[in-house]
Write a new protein. Structure first.
Length: 289
């Protein structure tokens, strides 16, 4: 299996051909990411090479900073990532830009839900001042970036949970590592509130969810994005797009998509999608992400 794992300390040697890149959702387990995306990479490789376009190894970066380095060196031609992470990399490098939308876990777009215990006095975002909120992980779009920006816009600053006592007008935050843990922690009183997307809310076991209550919902955000490198030859870009869009038409393609983080299909961005992306560009710039 072909894998090019990167780290800030040591870059992989140059590898010719078209390169697809992903960032590991679990940095300490690159083999898991390889297992997820290898069928997708193989599917793309076979079809691009049949059209005379050579394909290099799958690039798996441990962190966004690693992926930034590879993009800056022109070593990633196709990136699959969440919208916020994509826009952060776009802003940092100006060398990769959104082109396609990927449905993931049955969602074209999703919203972040803020939740608390049913018996909690929390009713608004302002009520989180002086309270603790639990997020999933530092690179989660719906369970960190979006709720963080939402709280800042509401005038509620965030500080790490180790800050004691919690300064006025702020909310302290911790990471639980998974959406299920977030819900469990709030239900058990380890944090006064949590935030993740509406799909995670639906998948939370009823035994835990019955004790929780949603008190704020954000506007929608596109679920997952495929981006191309600036300067990629048009023929390579067009051939790749045709292959990606038609993947659900075959059993092998559907299986490869499903294995790759539960993607169901990939489609061109609409004008509405592009307008939403532009709004998020401005939002992230205003918050210096």
């Amino acid at each position: 299996m072909a894998l090019c794992l990167t780290s800030p300390a040591r870059a992989a040697p140059p590898d010719p051909g078209f390169h697809m890149g992903v960032v590991s959702e679990r940095p300490g387990y690159p083999d898991l990411t390889l297992e997820q995306y290898q069928p997708f990479h193989r599917y793309l490789t076979e079809r691009l090479e049949a059209q005379g376009i050579p394909v290099g190894k799958l690039v798996v970066a441990a962190q966004l900073a690693d992926m930034r380095q590879r993009i800056e060196r022109g070593e990633v031609d196709l990136l699959l990532e969440s919208l916020v992470s994509t826009l952060i990399l776009e802003r940092q490098t100006n060398r990769i830009h959104p082109a396609l939308l990927a449905w993931r876990k049955g969602q074209r777009q999703y919203r972040t839900l803020f939740f608390t215990r049913k018996d909690s006095p929390i009713r608004t975002l302002a009520d989180l001042r002086g309270k603790r909120i639990v997020f999933e992980s530092k690179r989660s779009t719906s369970a960190f970036f979006i709720p963080s920006i939402t709280l800042e816009n509401a005038g509620v600053a965030l500080v790490p949970a180790r800050t004691d006592p919690i300064p006025q007008q702020t909310s302290s935050y911790v990471f639980a590592g998974s959406e299920l843990n977030q819900a469990y922690w709030v239900g058990r009183g380890k944090a006064e509130a949590g935030a993740f997307n509406d799909g995670d809310w639906k998948s939370t076991p009823e035994a835990i969810r019955k004790d929780l209550r949603i008190f704020h919902t954000t506007p929608p955000i596109l679920r997952y994005i495929a981006s191309y490198r600036e300067g990629l030859p048009p023929e390579d870009r067009d051939a790749t797009t045709r292959i990606l869009v038609k993947m659900p038409d075959t059993e092998t393609g559907r299986a490869a998509l499903a294995k790759a983080s539960h993607i169901t299909r990939i489609e061109p961005l609409t004008d509405t999608d592009r307008a939403q992306i532009e709004q998020w560009r401005h939002t992230l710039a205003a918050h210096d992400y």
